[in-house]
Design a binder for this molecule. Structure first.
Ligand code: SF4
Length: 360
């Protein structure tokens, strides 16, 4: 599925997106927040469009950004048409909620004509009354049935350019519902734990819910919904993708928790390596393992691209599980960075990508 100049689904990278928290009527503030989101690596931005004043600003917002623009419509047929006419890339709406079959036909026709795609978004608050009566609560079954109703409405009109999300504040409900939805259809899925909370707990909760799905191979685009500046959501999204191995775009550090067998100052070394590697090679998907002693070192190092196992005032450096050299503890950081530089050169040549190093 296309969203502006990006694609999602199948083999395409899982897209990281967020939503502005400014009033869309505030053009300057919204564009400023979008600029900061783009700088943080956000790959598509959604804005709310609750009224005509917000809709008036959509052309200028679209013109002022580089990533695709998604517009959240909810219930208004008229605002959906205005967003499509404004040239946005994707709209979020539920066809069952915009006022009847004729209006759904008109919206899908306009969307098709302008190459605008859609997200059908079901959450616990949007489940239809009769489904709530049937299931007793916004259960996973109720949310899937609600989503499939919207899907069928669009399929009847031969419109297939959409992704679907089922969001819940409850991880178990989210995971069960999304797994069921993934089993029932092949449309790309947008994942998110809705209203996850303040940054610390909200990030963990999102990792729990999204992680379970991502590890099962489900999910084509994600958002982490924090009660904070949305820019904070972006690194969390990328960390969740990295931790699940679904999209690794930066260095990953594995470090032991240390114990009574520790033989080097591991904590300082890990912090120094993190600082140096992330500042020098922010886009290098290298896995570095740093272990405090030889007990687990060789085994763990073989799982990483580059490894260090501490010894008495020294350390052994590994590359792809093979011992490269033994160095003194005070030379570990520099020796490790030499291996990272070699790894970066090989990675860039092998994958025919540009420099993974930070600009000077
Ligand atoms: S690697 Fe060694 S020092 Fe680190 S936790 Fe394991 S046994 Fe302890």
């Amino acid at each position: 599925m296309r969203i502006g100049n990006r694609r999602i689904g199948a083999h395409h990278p899982i897209l990281v997106q967020s939503m502005t928290s400014t009033l869309t009527e505030d053009l300057k503030g919204t564009l400023e927040q979008i600029r900061r989101l783009e700088e943080a690596g956000c790959e598509a931005v959604r804005v709310a469009c609750p009224n005509d004043a917000a809709a008036d600003n959509l052309p200028a917002i679209k013109a002022g950004m580089t990533v695709p623009l998604i517009v959240d419509i909810h219930f208004s047929f008229r605002l959906a048409m205005r967003a499509i006419e404004a040239g946005v890339d994707k709209i979020r709406l539920n066809p069952g909620n915009i006022g009847g079959k004729r209006k759904v036909q008109d919206v899908t026709k306009a969307a098709k004509d302008r190459g605008v795609t859609m997200r059908l978004g079901v959450n616990s608050g949007s489940v239809e009354k009769e489904l709530l009566e049937k299931y007793g609560w916004p259960s996973p079954e109720a949310m899937v049935e609600s989503a499939m109703r919207h899907v069928e409405m669009l399929e009847e009109l031969d419109y297939h350019d959409f992704c679907i999300s089922i969001k819940s504040t409850d991880c178990q409900t989210l995971v069960e519902a999304t797994r069921e939805l993934a089993a029932r259809c092949e449309y790309p899925l947008h994942l998110g734990v809705t209203e996850a909370g303040l940054p610390a707990y909200g990030s963990l909760k999102s990792a729990a819910g999204l992680g379970a799905l991502l590890l099962s191979g489900i999910g084509d685009t994600i958002r982490v919904s924090l009660a904070a500046d949305p820019v904070l959501e972006i690194p969390v999204c990328f960390d969740i993708l990295k931790a699940t191995g679904r999209r690794v775009t930066s260095p990953e550090l594995i470090a032991c928790p240390t114990c009574g067998r520790i033989e080097i100052d591991l904590e300082t070394l890990v912090k120094d390596v993190k600082l140096r590697v992330e500042s020098k090679y922010p886009k290098l998907p290298v896995k570095i393992s740093i272990l405090g002693c030889v007990v687990n070192g060789p085994g763990e190092a073989s799982e990483a691209d580059i490894g260090v196992a501490g010894g008495k005032g020294s350390g052994v450096i590994y590359r792809a599980g093979k011992q490269v050299k033994l160095v003194k503890e005070n030379e570990l950081l520099d020796s490790l960075m030499e291996e990272v530089a070699r790894f970066a050169a090989e990675y860039e040549a092998k994958n025919n990508v540009g420099s993974t190093a930070a600009p000077k």
